[in-house]
Design a protein around this ligand. Sequence first.
Ligand SMILES: Cc1cc2nc3c(=O)[nH]c(=O)nc-3n(C[C@H](O)[C@H](O)[C@H](O)COP(=O)(O)OP(=O)(O)OC[C@H]3O[C@@H](n4cnc5c(N)ncnc54)[C@H](O)[C@@H]3O)c2cc1C
Length: 288
Amino acid sequence: MDFRRTDDIEEALASLAELGSDAQVLAGGTDVMIQIQRGELDPGTLVHIERVDSIGEITENGRLTVGALATHLELSRHPALLDRYPSISYSASLVGGWQTQAVGTIGGNVCNASPAADLLPPLLVHGARVLVASQDRGERELPLSDFVVGRRSIAREPDELVTGFSLDPVEEGTADSYRKVGRRGAMEVAIVGVAVRLSVDSGATIKEARVAVCSVGPVPFRATAAEESLIGLTADSDEVAAAGQLLLEQSQPIDDARATARYRTMVLPRVFESVVTDCYLRATGPLR
Ligand SMILES: Cc1cc2nc3c(=O)[nH]c(=O)nc-3n(C[C@H](O)[C@H](O)[C@H](O)COP(=O)(O)OP(=O)(O)OC[C@H]3O[C@@H](n4cnc5c(N)ncnc54)[C@H](O)[C@@H]3O)c2cc1C
């Protein structure tokens, strides 16, 4: 296996254009190295991009853009994320332990496309758009929901590099929250993960709701029926529980090494209600 290391984006894109599907992008390596060791991956060349600083920054120009190489540790500490996108910084603080967070990146988490990827639900509720670049075709962007197309499957051409994620602005009266259920507090893959973003009007009624989940289907997804049913409610309404049932209907929980489908089915609506309540309190009150 060959190894190419670069700190320059043009050089990285040139390597991917030259090598095509023989190349495997290597960022923090917390997924790739394990998959190589397990024999699940056997690339001809690892293209190591971890030092390409130009795609590691968090910048603001109308929309907040998070560079693909921002690490979980950086996400968990960044003031703009902590202030306006706390579900993203909190989800990053739950990825593995601190060693994983110090090197694991947002780009790697998304491109690995695990059904349990912690960053996907918060990114989905913030309307993340994936920024992609290639040497021959330049730049393009697409919604995250169109990029992660299945379990460990993404809409990326072999010569493309993900450069970042652009997030919807957060208006006054909007709050977000993420909760992960695991068997222990750290180094745990989600049994269920729920992100919610709510916006309320001046009468404290929900005017926009976004809900996304992981670990209850082959791919993290937006729960559109539950979202629609939250519009016009207040969080103490019985109808929030009904929205939880709609979320359940859209889910496909399975038995795996971490939990049974039955357990996930019991936990999901309860976690959903609790995240909605948390979000609502933040959107309407002093918690915000
Ligand atoms: C001990 C341990 C605990 C973990 N716990 C969790 C957890 O709790 N929650 C969770 O969600 N994940 C967890 N993970 C998984 C992992 O840490 C994350 O998915 C991490 O964010 C991957 O980032 P990375 O930079 O290490 O990616 P890499 O391993 O370098 O790459 C992952 C995939 O993305 C591709 N890729 C990376 N960057 C780009 C790019 N810019 N453009 C195109 N393709 C790219 C690679 O080719 C590869 O296919 C854990 C891993 C370990 C080892």
